[in-house]
Design a protein around this ligand. Structure first.
Ligand code: OSB
Ligand code: MG
Length: 369
C-alpha cells in the first residue's frame, strides 16, 4: 500500500453535559480526525488529544503542526507500507503518541477495508459484546453526583468510575456507597491529582471495597505507587503513567501496579495496546480498556480492543449517548443490557456520516505525497 495524502480535520463537537476531571472541565470534544488516502482506498481515525496539555503533554493544537512537519513526510509516498510499518517509521520521533496512534489507526482502517477484514478478526477477537463501564465526572454536590450515578445504573451500566480530586474524594465515594450499596462495581480515577504525602488519606478509600484506584500520582512518579500498594488494600491502576509496553513492563517489575488501563492513543496505537494486553496477561496483571471521550470512530475501535480475551474488567466503553446527542458515524454504538456489540464491519468498525463530519469541522489541512 502507498499513502498518497493525509487529511487532518480539527473538529469541535458539543458534549451533552460538561465533563469535569481533576485537571479541567470539557464542554466539547475538540480533536483531530485523520483521513489517509491510499492506492487501495481511504481510511479514517480519530486522534484522542484534548484541547489542552493537562491530561498529558499532547494537545489538539499541536497535532496538525507535528504531523505536517515531522510525521507525514516519513509516511507519504513510501511503497509497500502496511499498518505494522507506521510505528516503525515514526519511532525516531519522541513522544506524540496520540498523533502516532491516529496515523496508525487510519492506515489500519484503509488496509483492513481494502482486505475486507474486520479489526476484530485482525486482533483475533471472538467476543461479540463487551461490558459497559461509565466514567462519572466531578460534581458540585454529592446529591447531584448520586443522582447522576443513579441514572447510569438505571440505564444498565455495569460498573461506575468516579473522578476524584483532593476535597472531592472520600465523602463522594461514601455517598455513592450509601445510596447504592456494596454490590455496585465501583472504582475511582484521580488523574494524577495526589501527592505521596496523601497516602494516609487514600488509605481511607479501603473502607469502600473499590475495584481499583486509577492514577493517583503524577505520570512520572512510579515509585510512589510502590509505597501506596504497600499501604492500602485497594488495587492500584495506572493510566497516564503507562505510556508504552516498556514502561508497563518496568512498572510490573518494580511492583508499582496491580491493574493497567489500556488506551491506544496514550501508548501510540492499537498495536502497542495489544502488546500491552499480551504482556499483562503473561504477568497475570488484569487490564481494562480506557476511553478518551471518543467519537463514534474511536469508540468502535475501543469496543473491539476491549473484546480481547485478557480484558477482564469492564472498560470505559460507554454508549455514544453518554457524551453525545448525535455522532459523526452513521451507526453509533448503543448499550444493550449493559454491553456494547463488538463491531465486525471491515475496517475499524464504523461507517462515517460525512455530512455530520462536515458540520463539526473547524479546520482542515491536506498533506500530499
Ligand atoms: O483519565 O480515564 C481518564 C477522559 C478523558 C481523559 C482522561 C480520562 C477520561 C475518562 C474516560 O475518564 C472517559 C470515557 O471516554 O468514557
Ligand atoms: Mg484515567
Amino acid at each position: 500500500m502507498r499513502i498518497e495524502a493525509i487529511e487532518l480535520r480539527r473538529v469541535d463537537i458539543p458534549l451533552v453535559t460538561p465533563f469535569r476531571t481533576s485537571f479541567g472541565t470539557q464542554d466539547t470534544r475538540d480533536c483531530v480526525l485523520v483521513r489517509v488516502v491510499t492506492d487501495v482506498g481511504e481510511g479514517w481515525s480519530e486522534c484522542v488529544t484534548m484541547p489542552w496539555p493537562l491530561y498529558s503533554a499532547e494537545s489538539s493544537d499541536v497535532v496538525i503542526p507535528i504531523v505536517s512537519a515531522h510525521m507525514a513526510p516519513r509516511l507519504l509516498g513510501v511503497d509497500g507500507i502496511g499498518p505494522r510499518d507506521v510505528a516503525r517509521l515514526l519511532a525516531p520521533i519522541r513522544g506524540h503518541r496520540m498523533a502516532k496512534a491516529g496515523l496508525e489507526a487510519a492506515v489500519l482502517d484503509a488496509w483492513l477495508r481494502a482486505a475486507g477484514q474486520s479489526f476484530a478478526s485482525f486482533l483475533g477477537v471472538t467476543a461479540t459484546r463487551v461490558p459497559c463501564g461509565v466514567s462519572v465526572g466531578i460534581h458540585d454536590s454529592t446529591e447531584a453526583l448520586v443522582e447522576t450515578v443513579g441514572g447510569y445504573l438505571d440505564e444498565g451500566y455495569v460498573r461506575i468510575k468516579l473522578k476524584i480530586e483532593p476535597g472531592n474524594d472520600v465523602e463522594a465515594v461514601a455517598a455513592v456507597r450509601r445510596a447504592f450499596g456494596e454490590d455496585v462495581p465501583l472504582q475511582v480515577d484521580a488523574n494524577a491529582a495526589y501527592e505521596p504525602g496523601d497516602i494516609p488519606l487514600l488509605r481511607q478509600l479501603d473502607a469502600f471495597g473499590l475495584l481499583l484506584i486509577e492514577q493517583p500520582f503524577d505520570e512520572e512518579r512510579l515509585l510512589a505507587n510502590v509505597d501506596l500498594r504497600a499501604a492500602i488494600d485497594t488495587p492500584v491502576c495506572l493510566d497516564e503513567s503507562a505510556v508504552s509496553a516498556q514502561v508497563v513492563a518496568d512498572a510490573i517489575r518494580l511492583g508499582a501496579v496491580d491493574i493497567v488501563n489500556i488506551k491506544a492513543g496514550r501508548v501510540g496505537g492499537y498495536l502497542e495496546a495489544a502488546r500491552i494486553h499480551d504482556l499483562c496477561v503473561a504477568h497475570g496483571v488484569p487490564v481494562w480498556c480506557g476511553g478518551m471521550v471518543e467519537t463514534g470512530i474511536g469508540r468502535a475501535a475501543n469496543a473491539v480492543l476491549a473484546g480481547m480475551a485478557g480484558f477482564s474488567l469492564p472498560g470505559d466503553n460507554s454508549g455514544f449517548d453518554r457524551f453525545y446527542a448525535t455522532d459523526i458515524v452513521a451507526d453509533p454504538l448503543r448499550m444493550v443490557d449493559g454491553h456494547l456489540p463488538v463491531p465486525t464491519a471491515p475496517g475499524m468498525g464504523f461507517e462515517l456520516d460525512p455530512e455530520a463530519i462536515e458540520a463539526v469541522t473547524v479546520e482542515r489541512v491536506l498533506l500530499e505525497a
